[in-house]
Design a protein around this ligand. Structure first.
Ligand SMILES: [Zn+2]
Length: 140
């Protein structure tokens, strides 16, 4: 299963630094794949991708699909952003508890009328900017 892809007609305001280790994440995201690392010793997922398990310190990690839906834990609307994001304000940020237990911080797409509320079901989407991918979430 792949993420919905939303086209954004401008470059990213603050492109991520992509390392050799995180390159598979960003390449996958370009194709709508939502993945991170899973520890083969204790089987726990981590996000963002990590070369060492933060739970048991194993270095035996492998790529695995992430749950792409979850529940909105909290959100905010940013009106006074860092200078680099001024052109995108106001915008929404949220914390989502993905199904299966991971809690992630993520940009939220503008809500439909009525706005966001904690507990709303959310789905991760891939954002296809003209210079590369990012991700966000919106109501499922
Ligand atoms: Zn582990």
């Amino acid at each position: 299963m792949t993420l919905d892809i939303v086209d954004i007609a401008h470059p990213r305001a603050y492109p991520p630094r992509i390392s050799a280790f995180t390159q598979p994440f960003w390449q996958g995201l370009t194709e709508g794949r939502w993945q991170s690392t899973r520890c083969t010793a204790c089987a726990r997922l981590t996000f963002p991708p990590k070369p060492v398990c933060p739970h048991c310190w194993s270095q035996d990690m492998q790529w695995d699909s992430l749950p792409d839906e979850g529940e909105l834990y909290a959100w905010t609307r940013v009106h006074a952003p860092p200078a680099v994001f001024v052109d995108e304000a106001p915008y929404y940020l949220g914390i989502i508890d993905l199904d299966g237990g991971l809690r992630i911080a993520v940009r939220l797409l503008d809500p439909a009328s009525g706005g966001y509320r904690p507990g709303v079901r959310m789905r991760v989407v891939a954002l296809r900017y003209v210079d590369g991918p990012l991700f966000a979430a919106r109501a499922a």
